[in-house]
Write a protein that binds this ligand. Sequence first.
Ligand code: M6R
Length: 604
Amino acid sequence: MCGIIGFTGKKAARDIILNGLERLEYRGYDSAGVALLEDGKISVKKRTGKVAELKGLCQSEENTATCGIGHTRWATHGGVTDANAHPHRCGQVVLIHNGIIENYRELVREYSLQDKLVSETDSEVVAALLDTFYEGDPIKAIKKTIKALSGAFALCIMFQDIPGKIFAIRNVSPMIATSCADGSIIASDLTAVVEFSKEYFVVPEYHILTLTEDGIDVMDMKGNEVKPEILSVNWDVASAQKGGYPFFMLKEIYEQPDAIRNTVSPRVSNGLPDFTTDGIDDEVFKNCKRVVVVACGTAMHAGMVGKHVIEDKLRVPVQVEIASEFRYKNPIIDEETLTIVLSQSGETIDTLEALKLAKANGSKVISIVNVKGSTIARESDYVLYTHAGPEIAVASTKAYTVQVAAMYLIACKMGLVKGILEESEARQFMTKLINAPNIIEETLENANNIKRVANHIKMAPDAFFIGRGLDYTMSLEAALKLKEISYVHAEAYAAGELKHGTIALITENVPVIALATQEDVYGKVISNIREVKARGAYVVLVSMDDEVNDPAICDKHIKLPKLDKEFTAFANAVVLQLIAYYTSEAKGLDVDKPRNLAKSVTVE
Ligand code: M6R
């Protein structure tokens, strides 16, 4: 959470920072601020609200400073107020912070910092501590401060009496940096730097960076110079822009066919899954007796879809765990367990900690990650990168379907390696997976029909998604998406479970979106739909039927292409994403930046 950026170079820094903050805004948007260093003075502008409002505040100021830092906040410690917004200033020091300082209260007591503080934040305590230790040597003060901190942090620091320099250090919280002809830039993620350079490095943990207009020095805590590995970006700045769509979410929904093609095609050889370039040994699959999937939110739902396929096709047991629960368990995991970790950002702290726990218990870990070089990717034994490009909308869409595709690749590979799937079966499965982008394209043609459903849902305080088997799993994701961006209270229920309690909530006109795409339980779901229809629900049926005109079954029918049961996931995902998207849009909400949320959840 929180987006941070720093620039020092040969150009004016203000607009570079403000534009970068706009790109980072999906990481948090409670308040924003910028600090500019010029002529031995640091000017700080900050306020609650979005970056656009900060831009307004800064417009009247001079734009000549060439060194500065900026922050967009997702509040953790202290409410959403101007005082709690970053940057924080104390004496000579001005800093921005992403993360949580766990021992900030103890630090205030131990170093008597209370009189230096004007906010309620943990971050300001770091500024106060730095100011306490600073006697003209920034590196010495930083080292001393860092030794006293416990928690996660990515910090960018300026000292009023040190012109043109930004100092940075991190533990856990992400930060990348690059230098180019214009100067040096550091940020929480690539979206803010990609227009300056296609090359970057991940800031190594507990290393002090000194950014100047000529480049970046990296040194470890003992003072040794370090040359970090340079990585390159495989997407361009246009990928992080809306490209004519009203919201990133809609753009990302439409990008799904290409995202899946880019993820699947490089891993198909002779019609079969091939992980050679990912460096994943067959042994990993051969030796595993069971699979544990750990992830959060939408990524976890993608894992649940994978569970259906692996258990159904291979009869290998799969347990899906919420990372934030798993990490505090005493998990039943051993060398024969394969742990699959899913994360778009590769930075979700609960998922990262769950990964570490799985490894500590002897399990091999494959992570399915979208962001190259992210912490989860680096901590895993093997990485299967999804190639969805940057996902900016807080609500995850394309990252989800590529995760599902990656789970299907793993299922097929595991089946082959274990000798459970014949080559011919695996080839057939892969042909269908390769066709998934076409399924999505066909489903997207129905967008206008799906949009009409939103007009009913937007009026409702509650909505229900029901289905059986894989359709129930898809319902869980649908309910999350609708709640997250449209604020309609939504729940997913296994269709057969309604009569055990939930049906009491079904009254006149309550929207029930019923998924009936699983052939083996189709008749059962239709019976459950009749039960809610009989109680007045407004039913939207999503099925592969040609036409359903029976008012005893549904008020609206959304037709999916004809598909094999496990491949309905791709079509269903698009329908359910569009329902959520259009509901949020119809309510006039900021679809990409729903309240209280941030894209990467790097706090517990
Ligand atoms: O970056 P990750 O995939 O690890 O993020 C996990 C969840 O925070 C994320 O999927 C979240 O649930 C989405 N905002 C849902 O749309």
